[in-house]
Design a protein around this ligand. Structure first.
Ligand SMILES: *Cc1c(COP(=O)(O)O)cnc(C)c1O
Length: 398
């Protein structure tokens, strides 16, 4: 076997407009805003973060973090099962259990690790796992790691999932879905998936990375109206709406005890720094006390959709703060990204393999920290891009 040539791979990615590049952020022009300063001294309005509630750069979170660091130091020093489990972790887990209405919650270092650990622990080799066709990469990776077979049902099609469950009654053990789909912004048919999973005695795992903190009257996410019997395994991330870092699994006492014994991405890794947990506790408290944050991000979302619809932008069917504009090719998405950057907007083009070829898009996200003026300015600039194209008798989607 020969090593493959990396420069060959890189050149091919470049040729297909698939090279990914990072922008280095070196600060925030105003704390709590979405005005990002990048290296090179430009100030951009960020419309691509997952900071839906405007908490990531809130001074209260930074203060909670440094207050905690002065007590606990920066690092936790070991995994949770050795000596890394601290009082801030314990308190945050109790608060997350109360927030989600579950018996217990368990912290993971990231959402990626939560999905990998949970699915690989619950599904065994040879069993069958059902996944939505647009599942997040971490759900797929957890399934691959479990050694289970998996079938992917048509996106958001609970009937299709139900048929696979009926056809494989003895092997199906788990159905996993995003709550809000990360690149499309639509919501999974959760109550119907729950019914199908319960009928066939399979686990339903809902990864509500983009719904928790944002959706529902109380901000409990896409599953707020469902019971813990309907959604026995609820995963939430803390680096998005909560503006911090990490993730959790919420469920029954037995589920959490089992995961502490079996989830390898929980066991074999250093515990999250306690100051991060302290910042998350502050975020959780603020998100509940300041319900205007989720009202505001949803109002800005509605404003964006209305303005975009008026000028005929290619909106997708999403009522969450994730508002993709479908452009249909990597080149078109990159071109739009570059034009927006020129005008002072940070909006990221999403390309294959994150989304299917031909469905390349701009992924615009709204935040409670945006102003109405910023949203209106973005719409106006998007309109100019479209006009420039239609002048050349080319649709936005080409
Ligand atoms: C972002 C995301 C994750 C990963 O969470 P991290 O905490 O960033 O690792 C998992 N699932 C979905 C659906 C996501 O969008």
């Amino acid at each position: 076997m020969k090593k493959r040539s990396l420069d060959g791979v890189l050149a091919e990615l470049d040729r297909q407009h698939l090279t990914r590049r990072r922008t280095t952020v070196d600060g925030f022009a105003e704390p709590g805003s979405r005005l990002v300063t990048t290296v090179g001294g430009r100030t951009l309005i960020d419309f691509s973060s997952n900071d839906y509630l405007g908490l990531a750069h809130h001074p209260a979170l930074a203060a909670a973090m440094s207050e905690c660091a002065s007590r606990t130091g920066a690092g936790s020093g070991a995994s949770h099962l050795v000596t890394g489990h601290g009082i801030e972790h314990e308190r945050l887990e109790a608060e997350l259990a109360a927030f989600t209405g579950r018996e217990r919650a368990l912290l993971f270092s990231t959402g990626y690790m939560a999905n990998v650990g949970v699915i690989a622990a619950l599904a065994d080799r040879g069993e069958l796992v059902l996944l939505d066709r647009l599942s997040h990469a971490s759900i797929i990776d957890g399934t691959v790691l479990s050694g289970a077979r998996f079938k992917r049902y048509t996106h958001a099609d609970a009937d299709a999932a139900g048929r696979i469950l009926s056809d494989n009654p003895d092997e199906s053990v788990l159905v996993a879905t995003d709550g809000v789909f990360s690149m499309d912004g639509d919501i999974a048919p959760l109550s119907r998936l729950a019914k199908a999973a319960r009928t066939h005695n399979a686990w339903l795992v809902v990864d509500d990375a983009h719904g928790i903190g944002v959706l529902g009257k109380k901000g409990r996410g896409a599953t707020e109206e469902l019971s813990s019997e309907d959604v026995p395994v609820l995963i939430g991330t803390l680096g998005k709406a909560f503006g911090s870092f990490g993730a959790f699994v919420a469920g029954s006492r037995d589920l959490i005890d089992f995961l502490i014994q079996r989830a390898r991405s929980y066991i074999y890794t250093t515990a999250l720094p306690q100051p991060v947990a302290a910042a998350t506790r502050k975020a959780l408290e603020m998100s509940q006390r300041e319900s205007w944050r989720r009202e505001r991000v949803l109002a800005l979302t509605a404003r964006f959709r209305e303005g975009a619809r008026e000028i005929g932008l290619p909106l997708m069917d999403s009522n969450t703060p994730i508002q993709p504009l479908l452009l249909g090719s990597s080149a078109a998405a990159l071109q739009a990204q570059a034009e927006l950057l020129e005008a002072g907007f940070r909006v990221v083009a999403i390309r294959a393999p994150t989304v299917a070829k031909g469905s390349e898009r701009l992924r615009i996200t709204l935040s409670a920290a945006h102003t109405e003026e910023q949203v209106d300015a973005l719409i106006a600039r998007l309109g100019q891009i479209q006009l420039a194209r239609s002048d050349k008798r080319m649709g936005f989607a080409e």
